[in-house]
Design a protein around this ligand. Structure first.
Ligand SMILES: CC(C)(COP(=O)(O)OP(=O)(O)OC[C@H]1O[C@@H](n2cnc3c(N)ncnc32)[C@H](O)[C@@H]1OP(=O)(O)O)[C@@H](O)C(=O)NCCC(=O)NCCS
Length: 453
């Protein structure tokens, strides 16, 4: 290639257009969704905090309905130090006496104003030019005292009792950003100091938010837990819980992050479909996590529909045969004998409900070609259109990545559009591994579909 014909600006514009086009499916998917974004007081102290605010403003402009929850721990420490007071903790939980509450009020008020000021930036010289964000807050969180635990009175440290979800929904419906501080009020007129993670969890669960995103001062993608997720950084909730329980106090996770992790898992159990943990960095971690395929943090997904997904065993053969027989009879799936299924069973995943196989799929690796065949995907007619096949595909993709495969392929006669809607593109018979080309059935004339991993 000639440099004069392809100046660097041209390459940069191509990269820009490619990146924007690559983001398009995510922009469409996130438009109108409710995301709760929680960040600690440490993040607000970072010199690059403005970048996070700019990215939050961009999310809002891209149609995401945003609830922000901020923490305030280091700011409280600063206030205590300025007044010559010592912080008091019981374990990881602050004890808030009346004097400490004055510090909490000053810290929360100060940080809230700083955040609101940053969200109000409108200079054309910043990415906020033209954003004109409207931010709302209110007495939405009702709190109760943590009380006396292990003989220690936590005084004005509280926990969430309920959240006024209807009012937050009203704010979101008016295209405003809801900003919550880690503070709650009680019916007795007291103020309580809360954990930001608890507030974020309660509000995300109450809203049945599409996503809860924790922006952490540490880098969750470097946690030991992240190693278990492979490249994708995604874990079903049940798996995350199992791993955390199995590894008591993984060294790479601080007590504070661990508490956030517990809030993240509780939100997932409470019905939030996706919980993301990302590091605060100046390079747009939030945007990369939400608008690129690979993301950059850790994600837990609710396994409500997936909890019964597992590798198939020999006992599942009867159930798989019962599921696929009608599809074989109608020519949708290629017939498989019981013997063939017995040989191939280790390549199958099944979704089981009340002991019945309600969905299955298979992933046959072709390691020499770094390809895998995603096949025999079937969902019982009573359980279709709830994302089950998609969940099986995602699981197959994770397995394929772990096996070092670079591409999936599928052969179908009846269902090409389902595959195309899930990221496959039409290919040619010559794109298949040679082994597969040799047995390609020219009468059946299946369509070849390919998906890069
Ligand atoms: C294709 C199949 C596996 C999808 O299962 P599912 O759990 O319902 O899939 P999901 O919930 O992830 O996706 C549902 C979407 O796929 C669409 N879909 C289902 N079959 C489709 C087809 N043949 N062509 C195009 N779209 C299809 C549904 O209409 C639905 O989209 P919508 O709600 O926007 O209308 C299921 O319909 C099935 O078992 N079909 C028979 C077997 C088969 O064709 N297998 C593939 C060949 S290997």
């Amino acid at each position: 290639m000639n440099d004069a014909a392809h100046p660097p600006e041209a390459a940069a514009s191509r990269d820009f257009v490619a990146a924007l086009r690559g983001a398009a499916p995510y922009i469409h998917a996130h438009n109108g969704r409710v995301f709760v974004v929680a960040f600690g007081g440490e993040t607000a102290l970072r010199p690059d905090f403005e970048q996070l605010i700019y990215d939050i403003a961009l999310l809002h402009s891209l149609g995401v309905k945003l609830v922000l929850v901020h923490g305030v721990r280091p700011q409280i420490e600063q206030q205590l130090a300025a007044r010559g007071q010592k912080p008091q903790f019981a374990g990881d939980l602050r004890i808030t006496d009346a004097a400490a509450m004055e510090c909490v009020k000053a810290a929360v008020g100060g940080l809230r104003m700083d955040i609101e000021a940053k969200l109000s930036t409108g200079l054309a010289s910043t990415p906020m030019g033209g954003a004109r964000l409207k931010v709302s807050g209110g007495n939405w969180v009702t709190a109760r005292p943590v009380g006396i635990r292990d003989g220690v009175d936590h005084q004005l440290t509280g926990e969430v009792r309920r959240v006024d979800i209807a009012s937050i929904r009203d704010v979101l419906a008016q295209d405003r950003i809801a900003l919550l501080s880690p503070i709650g009020y009680s019916p007795t007129g007291e103020i309580f100091n809360l954990r930001a993670g608890d507030v974020a969890q309660s509000v995300a669960t109450g809203l049945a938010a599409d996503k809860l995103i924790f922006v952490l001062d540490s880098a969750p993608d470097r946690w030991q837990l992240a190693d278990e997720t492979g490249d994708a950084g995604q874990l079903p909730l049940g798996e995350a819980e199992r791993l955390l329980a199995a590894s008591p106090a993984p060294v790479s996770i601080s007590a504070e992050d661990r508490a956030l992790l517990q809030s993240a898992l509780a939100a997932g159990r409470g019905g939030v479909k996706r919980v993301h943990l990302i590091g605060a960095d100046p390079h747009g971690a939030l945007l990369r996590e939400l608008y690129t395929r690979d993301g950059c943090g850790l994600m837990f997904y609710s396994d409500e529909n997936y909890e019964s997904v597992r590798e198939a065993s020999i006992e599942d053969i009867g159930g798989i045969l019962a599921l696929i027989k009608p599809l074989e009879d109608s020519g949708v799936l290629v017939p498989r004998s019981r013997e063939q299924l017995e040989l191939e069973i280790s390549f199958f995943d099944v979704m089981v409900r009340d002991g019945t196989v309600i969905a299955c799929s298979a992933l046959f690796p072709f390691p020499q070609n770094q390809m895998g065949e995603f096949s025999c995907v079937a969902v019982h007619p009573d359980y279709r259109r709830s994302g089950r096949a998609e969940a099986l595909l995602r699981r197959a993709e994770e397995t394929a990545r772990k096996l070092g495969l670079k591409q999936l392929f599928s052969l179908t006669t009846h269902t090409p559009h389902w595959f195309i809607e899930h990221g496959f593109v039409q290919g040619r018979i010559e794109d298949l591994p040679m082994q597969k080309q040799r047995i390609y059935n020219y009468q059946r004339r299946s369509i070849v579909l390919l998906k890069d991993l």
